[in-house]
Structures are given as structure tokens and as C-alpha cells.
Design a protein around this ligand. Structure first.
Ligand SMILES: Cc1cc2nc3c(=O)[nH]c(=O)nc-3n(C[C@H](O)[C@H](O)[C@H](O)COP(=O)(O)O)c2cc1C
Length: 276
């Protein structure tokens, strides 16, 4: 899926830096060409030798020792199809948000006009810091995709939101961004997902085991093909397209009617086919 794609990974000085070694391997296994830039502090957490071996490329760190005539913050930016910064420290996030370019990684980020994804990881109090949140909002408003940290036990001994999101999430976000097509551009796709809940009385209900994950995956794929997606679901999903939360089959039917013009019988047949 990632054959011949050029992935530029920026690693910053956070404890989660070691996890990126596995991610580099996953990208390489999928056929991608990976180059790594380290912030000056990143190499306190992971070695250049490891990153070099896993990426099968030289690791970039200094701005003033270029290998060719073209400054690396420009040549790396030209080379990459996508830039991923993971883990992204509060410090580097702040610099990118303010347009500060004081090392190779932040200079490339400043000169990078294509798709950029950041995966922040930090102590829970750092993550909740007002300035950090304002910086994240600035980056998101600029079109940079942020994969928020997750809840869990943190290396600093705290527990809470701050842990690097799963490598699977990062991999999928990069994969989706690189395999974006416009096959469904201009089309509206309405998808239903998740088992409906039918009340028997105020305490009991009838439902089924449908997790809605298949519908969510279809919705993401449709969006990745350029469709305008509406996901009508009984589950609490978060996604970058319109989600209509419903409970019962009647709620779902009404939401479908509202969101598209198609004979309802055909929709139910499609739904049965998807669940089956
Ligand atoms: C052991 C240790 C772990 C750290 N972990 C993180 C972290 O997970 N997230 C973060 O934002 N900063 C972390 N820091 C602080 C950053 O390393 C520090 O802000 C540094 O200036 C970041 O530089 P960089 O953004 O250029 O890599 C840590 C520092 C130390 C000493």
C-alpha cells in the first residue's frame, strides 16, 4: 500500500521516541522509503545507529552540514510526500505553531507545504496546558492533522491523557493520507453502523452485537476517496466527517430519510447486506 511513498519522520525529544523504531519498520515493510530527522534532543532518547539501520537511510539532525548543494530543509521537504512528527513534544509543537525554525526539524516543518501529521506525547499536565492546547488548535486550523494522545499510564509516573496514540493509528493515518483518491469526489455517501437498541420497557432492551466498526471503516474509506460522508450510528465514534448518533431502528430510519433521497426498502437491503 505504501510502495515507493516517501515518508519523512520527525522525531523529537520525548520518552515515546523509542516507539517510532517499530513504526519505521512497519512503513519499510509496506514498501515505503523512510527518512528520519531528529530534533537535537531526540537523540537523547533513541540512537542514530538504530534509526539509520531501520530506515536504511542516513539520519538528519544538523542544519549546517548538508550533503549536497541544496539546503536540507528544502531538499527533504521536496523529497517527502508526507511529514509525520512523532512523538511531537510540547516544545516543537509550540515552535511550529509560531513559525519558529531554529533546527533542521522545525525548519523543514516551516518549509513543508504538503500533508503533515503530528502525534503529540507528553505529561498530562503539559498536554492540558493552555498554551499547548492553543498551539494545537493553531496547527489544526492550518490543516495539520493531529492524532491526540491517549489516556494511560505515563512514563513520568502520572496517569492520564498524554501517552502517544497507538502505532496502528499513526500508520493508518499516514496510509489514508497517502492513498487519498478522488474517485468519489462530488458523491454523498450515507452509511449506517452499529446495532440499534429497542426498548422493551425502561429497564430492558433488545439489541445485537454489531460493533459498527465495519461501517466506520467503510465511511473512512469513502471519505478517503473524496466522498462527502454521513455516518449514522448507534456508537460513540469520533471521525472527521458528519456523524449522526441514533438509538433505535426508527431513529436510524428517520436519520437516513433526512440525509438522502432513496427508496427506504433499498437502504434496508443494503444495510442487511453490509451486516451479513
Ligand atoms: C526524560 C525526559 C522525558 C521527556 N519527555 C517528554 C515528553 O514525552 N514530551 C514532551 O513534550 N517533552 C518531554 N521532555 C522535555 C523535552 O525533552 C524538552 O522540552 C526538550 O526541549 C524538547 O526538545 P525538542 O522539541 O527540540 O525535541 C522530556 C524530558 C526528559 C528529560
Amino acid at each position: 500500500m505504501l510502495q515507493s511513498k516517501h515518508i519523512l519522520i520527525g522525531i523529537t525529544g520525548g520518552i515515546a521516541a523509542y516507539k517510532i523504531c517499530s513504526l519505521i519498520r512497519d512503513f519499510k515493510k509496506s514498501g515505503a522509503d523512510v527518512k528520519v530527522i531528529c530534533s537535537p534532543n531526540a537523540l537523547n532518547f533513541v540512537t542514530k545507529l538504530t534509526l539509520q539501520n531501520l530506515s536504511q537511510n542516513e539520519v538528519y539532525e544538523g542544519e549546517f552540514t548538508p550533503q549536497n548543494w541544496k539546503p536540507e530543509h528544502i531538499s527533504l521537504s521536496d523529497w517527502a510526500d508526507i511529514m509525520l512528527i512523532a512523538p511531537a513534544t510540547a516544545n516543537t509543537i509550540g515552535k511550529i505553531a509560531q513559525g519558529i525554525a531554529d533546527n533542521l526539524l522545525t525548519s523543514v516543518a516551516c518549509a513543508f507545504p504538503k500533508k503533515m501529521i503530528i502525534a503529540p506525547a507528553m505529561n498530562v499536565n503539559m498536554w492540558q496546558n493552555e498554551s499547548v492546547q492553543a498551539n494545537i488548535a493553531k496547527l489544526v486550523a492550518r490543516g495539520i492533522e493531529c492524532l491526540p494522545p491517549e489516556e494511560g499510564f505515563l512514563a513520568c509516573g502520572y496517569s492520564g491523557k498524554g501517552r502517544l496514540c497507538s502505532l496502528e493509528k499513526i500508520y493508518n493515518a499516514v496510509d489514508e493520507a497517502l492513498n487519498y483518491s478522488e474517485k468519489l469526489k462530488g458523491q454523498k455517501v450515507v452509511i449506517t453502523a452499529g446495532g440499534t437498541i429497542e426498548d422493551i420497557d425502561p429497564v430492558r432492551y433488545i439489541s445485537n452485537y454489531s460493533s459498527g466498526k465495519m461501517g466506520l471503516a467503510l465511511a473512512k474509506s469513502a471519505q478517503n476517496m473524496g466522498a462527502d460522508v454521513v455516518l449514522i450510528t448507534t456508537k460513540d465514534f469520533e471521525a472527521p466527517f458528519k456523524i449522526v448518533k441514533v438509538k433505535s431502528a426508527i431513529d436510524m430510519q428517520n436519520a437516513i430519510k433526512k440525509n438522502m433521497k432513496m427508496p427506504i426498502i433499498l437502504l434496508w437491503l443494503l444495510r442487511l447486506q453490509i451486516i451479513g
